[in-house]
Write a protein that binds this ligand. Structure first.
Ligand SMILES: *[C@@H]1O[C@H](CO)[C@@H](O)[C@H](O)[C@H]1NC(C)=O
Ligand SMILES: *[C@@H]1O[C@H](CO)[C@@H](O)[C@H](O)[C@H]1NC(C)=O
Ligand SMILES: *[C@@H]1O[C@H](CO)[C@@H](O)[C@H](O)[C@H]1NC(C)=O
Length: 971
């Protein structure tokens, strides 16, 4: 169908695969426009989608031209983005799916086959929000084997470099848990290694790696989880029905993984197939961390609920053609820098660059040093540096990654051939391929310096290269955070002692405790693997760790042990003394095994500043052990290195760690694994095993989900008793004829608002106040306040959401004069809840408008900020100006956004808000047309109808996009 009439049919080419399957695709190169090859890769993806989806309505030929002319049109033109798929979570997915189910009912009532109603864009719904394991949020964010997601949507990507996008939060939460563990000292601490791991490892709820959770508490957690499942059963059943009833909907059951993990490891295809074509994968999601996927060369970002729903109904997302900042990576990374150092450094550069609302695209010769995990981590941090996306075009590294997530050879060949044919495949080393960017920021990777912090506080950071000097300074300085005040004649003290029959010596700076801990940032597998590979090389070269040093290895979870083992490095760590001591609080809180008495005596005898090194997140003087005065935090591989060296006073560049079996001096650089070596081991052991794990969980599904019954009908059997899911009345009175909204006659103002009314004021959010219209409704359903749950959880119930609209206690309504969710019912002169007034007006057949000031609807995107007013009976909002996104939402819901003429306002026109308003001509309205408003007091003024194009006008005339789509089915 497409091919015959398609406006760009002449761009279609065919790709022959080895087994002779032919696949068609649109090749923008056939536009024969030299501009194409100068476009940033992310813009090329937008262009391909516009070409393929060009239908003259949603996507016009002019849009394709605008994207192609990106160099001139950036920051100006509004362009469409038609993603290949939609990613939903349960919370945000509910309203969209409920609307589709309601649409089925509506078309069926009009004698049309309801099975025609399906998302027009493949939609994956991942149920990860129902299960909030609230006993340890830190663990959920951190643990490499997640079973739940966090409410903000910062779900972890299993096994990848994943510092918290909200930074310090993580540390403090972990930290507060540390506080609850017993503080130990040299002499009174029970043996750490003797302590059994209280945390169960694989496939269980995740616990903060540093908190020894009593087993009974863990049971409670499991029980909570069950209760959660049962509490959510109604919604889960609805989702299960969705997955059976709709085409283009797939539901990932609870307990499989977080939305982003599933997206990265399971749903991402790089190249999609559909409607007889292959095309680049792309996605919009309802979560701001959807950006993570750009690390794998898949364009996508988070959008609001209404946009998502619109995409499911076939409409593209509209965006201002973005500027694209090229982030050029040059230089080579210091051997000592870990993945986390790299990610944090790049994030810092981007944050400083002020790239709000722009695309970032990476290029440059330094790219080959970033693994797929590094890239997704950088891309995931977009909300942190405020870029729309950070795009990493597909290259060999990306392909290698997908090989490990089990793409078949054939599929990989297809990917590569297709991406190369349309020039979406990148060879970062070839500068001739570099596109034109709006601006370029250069990050020199050689500037990345790894730090060690200490000797007493985590915030005292010292570049590794300056450690020796810094330590010597600390010996001199007067006692304080950076000083021990050791008299100069005593700084060279050397104390000999016997340990297990062998003579050793201790001096200032001697390492006596070395603990590799996988916590917070050090959860990153590449960091732990670096430590493992370093240990392997050290052991193979014949190096060892002096036996009096208390060494230990505390993996954050069983997964860490699993991949350390799978990659073969665990025995080498053990050989150096880094043996797994369990999965709980250990060294960080002083639960180290006591130091040998001879060591303690030697330290006391020489009044030595002995050292501890650990890869934890915090430390205090004397916390590790009373007699260890200097404590440093370092990355896991550096902990191993310092342990081998036996002293903190070493300059790694000039001094060897030790002498190998063959008598050669071995420097740190000789033992540090290369980036390539590391990436290889990581892809082969970590990525692959995490993927296998996810795949098998996907296949098994969860027992709860599989055994749960769900209706088998084409139409959803709404349960009138349900307080979570209701059929929303968007399609009431739907008929074949587009009745047209007609003019608005004698409308009352429901609200008379001032400037900057945000979506927070408009749409329901947070908890349901006990004295509110929504509470009254829920009480009438015999729910107690304890059972109210939040507005978020009740998004599938329009009755609650409509009652919660304008229920903000911060609402300032000039008809009332005091702050709160009340309004004046003008005909009766009574003050009441906004919902009650609206209900009365509706009963009396009185249409409603809202009067507002500047920037109406600013703030974050909220679907119910437009749906709510629509269901309250609001037909138009007259404001001095609108936030762009919210204005689009109003149009999508069939509410007219009308703007006072420049310089005019409700005040300048001396409106009281109590007059009645008649707005004619709306049925013939055109784009950006001036229309007249007449009031019952005889005034008349003009407003501009903010419909930007034919699509807006069409939606409005049909009463919003939902009705538009339903109508097109009826016809
Ligand atoms: C499913 O999505 C595809 C787009 O990939 C679309 O062409 C197709 O019409 C949709 N299927 C149905 C039944 O709507
Ligand atoms: C983020 O970028 C947007 C522009 O898209 C800007 O309005 C906003 O102020 C920026 N936020 C921060 C925190 O820089
Ligand atoms: C890939 O899939 C094959 C069979 O489909 C399976 O035998 C193999 O173990 C998988 N490999 C990985 C890395 O998941």
């Amino acid at each position: 169908k497409i091919q015959g009439k398609h406006l760009f049919g002449h761009l279609i080419e065919t790709l022959q695969s080895k087994n002779n399957e032919a696949r068609k695709y649109f090749n923008p190169l056939r536009l024969e426009d030299p501009k194409y090859e100068r476009l940033p890769f992310s813009i090329r993806v937008l262009l391909e989608a516009a070409i393929r989806k060009c239908d003259g309505f949603y996507v016009k030929q002019e849009d394709v031209q605008n994207i192609l002319n990106w160099e001139e049109r950036q920051n100006e033109a509004e362009v469409p983005f038609s993603p290949a798929r939609v990613l939903l979570q349960d919370f945000t997915g509910i309203p969209a799916m409920v609307d589709l189910a309601a649409m089925r009912d509506a078309v069926a009532k009009n004698g049309v086959d309801p099975t025609l109603i399906n998302p027009k864009c493949p939609t994956d719904l991942i149920v990860d929000h129902s299960l909030q394991i609230d006993f340890s949020k830190c663990a959920i964010q951190n643990a490499p084997n997640p079973g739940g997601g966090d409410v903000q949507g910062a779900g972890p990507r299993s096994g990848s470099a994943r510092p918290s996008p909200r930074g310090p939060q993580l540390g403090t939460q972990c930290g507060s848990r540390h506080g609850s563990c017993a503080k130990g000292s040299c002499s009174d601490t029970p043996s750490g290694s003797g302590r059994p791991p209280a945390v169960q490892i694989e496939n269980t709820p995740l616990l903060c790696p540093f908190h020894l959770q009593p087993v009974s508490e863990q049971d409670t957690a499991l029980r909570n989880q069950e209760i959660e499942l049962i509490r959510n059963k109604e919604r889960l059943q609805f989702f299960k029905w969705c997955s059976k009833a709709f085409k283009n909907v797939s539901v990932v059951p609870p307990d499989i993984g977080s939305v982003h993990q599933v997206n990265l490891e399971y749903l991402s295809q790089v190249v999609q197939e559909g409607e007889g074509f292959i095309y680049p994968d792309s996605v919009v999601g309802t979560d701001s961390h959807t950006t993570m996927i750009n690390g794998l060369g898949i364009l996508g970002w988070g959008v609001g609920g209404i946009e998502t729903e619109a995409v499911m109904l076939g409409q593209p997302v509209s965006l201002t053609l973005p500027q694209v900042v090229g982030c050029k990576l040059v230089g080579s990374i210091s051997t000592l820098a870990t993945s986390i150092d790299i990610v944090l450094c790049i994030t810092k550069h981007l944050r400083q660059a002020g790239i709000g609302g722009k695309f970032v695209e990476f290029f440059g010769p330094g790219m080959s040093q970033l693994s797929a995990a590094d890239r997704t981590t950088i891309a995931n941090m977009c909300p942190e540096y405020n870029a729309t996306i950070s795009f990493f075009p597909v290259d060999d590294t990306t392909l290698k990654h997908f090989k490990q997530t089990n793409f078949t050879e054939e599929r990989l060949e297809l990917l590569e051939a297709y991406l190369k044919a349309v020039k979406l495949f990148r060879s970062y080393d070839d500068q001739a391929e570099d596109p034109q960017y709006s601006e370029v920021i250069e990050v020199n990777l050689s500037s990345i310096v790894p730090y060690v912090s200490g000797p007493k506080r985590p915030q005292d950071r010292v570049p590794v290269t300056c450690m020796k000097e810094d330590f010597l300074n600390c010996l001199n300085e007067k006692v304080g955070f950076k000083g021990f005040h050791i008299p100069s004649e005593k700084q060279d003290t050397v104390v000999p002692f016997l340990h297990e029959g062998t003579k050793y010596t201790l001096s200032h700076g001697s390492v006596v405790i070395a603990a590799v801990i996988s916590c917070t940032n050090n959860c990153n597998p590449s960091v732990m693997l670096t430590a493992g590979l370093l240990a392997k090389k050290a052991v193979e070269a014949g190096l060892s760790v002096k036996p009096y040093i208390r060494t230990s290895l505390a993996p954050g979870s069983g997964m860490v042990t699993h991949y350390l083992n799978a990659s073969g490095v665990l025995p080498y760590l053990s050989k150096l003394g880094f043996e797994v001591i369990g999965y709980g609080c250990a060294t960080c809180v002083g639960n180290t095994a006591p130091l040998p008495q001879s060591v303690v005596d030697a330290i006391k005898q020489g009044d030595l500043v002995a050292c501890g090194v650990l890869s934890g997140s915090r430390h205090f003087e004397g916390r590790l052990c009373d007699c260890v005065r200097a404590n440093y935090l370092a990355s896991p591989p550096l902990v191993v290195a310092y342990a081998i060296a036996g002293t903190i006073g070493i300059d790694f560049e000039k001094e060897p760690l030790g002498v190998g079996a063959d008598g050669t001096e071995l420097f740190l650089k000789d033992l540090w694994p290369s980036k390539e070596e590391l990436h290889h081991v990581e892809e082969n052991n970590v990525v692959a095993s995490i993927f296998r794990e996810l795949r098998s969980r996907m296949q098994k599904g969860s027992t709860f989900w599989n055994s749960m019954d769900a209706p088998d009908a084409v139409l959803f059997p709404w349960d009138p008793k349900s307080t979570y899911i209701r059929c929303p009345p968007f399609f009431n009175r739907l008929s074949k004829e587009v009745s047209g909204l007609g003019s608005i006659e004698n409308a009352h103002a429901l609200l008379f608002l001032g400037d900057k009314v945000t979506t927070d004021h408009i749409s329901p959010a947070g908890s349901i106040a006990r004295v509110s219209a929504a509470a009254k409704y829920l009480q009438s359903k015999r729910l107690t306040p304890r059972e109210f749950n939040s507005y978020g959880a009740r998004r599938g119930n329009d009755a609650v959401m409509t009652r919660g609209t304008f229920a903000s206690i911060k609402l300032q309504n000039r008809l009332v004069g005091k702050t709160g969710p009340k309004t004046l019912h003008i005909p009766s002169g009574q003050m009441m809840d906004v919902f009650e007034a609206a209900e009365r007006y509706q009963r009396d057949g009185v249409p409603l408008i809202i009067l507002a000031g500047k920037e109406y609807g600013s703030g974050s995107s909220r679907d119910w900020a437009a749906k709510g007013p629509y269901l309250l009976g609001v037909r138009a909002v007259i404001a001095e100006s609108f936030a762009k996104m919210h204005k689009n939402h109003l149009v999508s819901m069939g509410i007219a956004p009308l703007q006072f003429l420049p310089g005019q306002s409700a005040d300048s026109l001396q409106l009281s808000g109590k007059e009645r308003f008649s707005i004619s001509m709306l049925e013939q309205v055109n784009t950006r047309q001036e229309i007249t408003v007449l009031t019952s007091t005889g005034k008349s003024f003009s407003v501009v109808a903010l419909f930007e194009n034919k699509m807006d006008v069409t939606f409005y005339k049909h009463g919003g996009i939902l009705k538009y789509v339903a109508h097109s089915m009826l016809q």
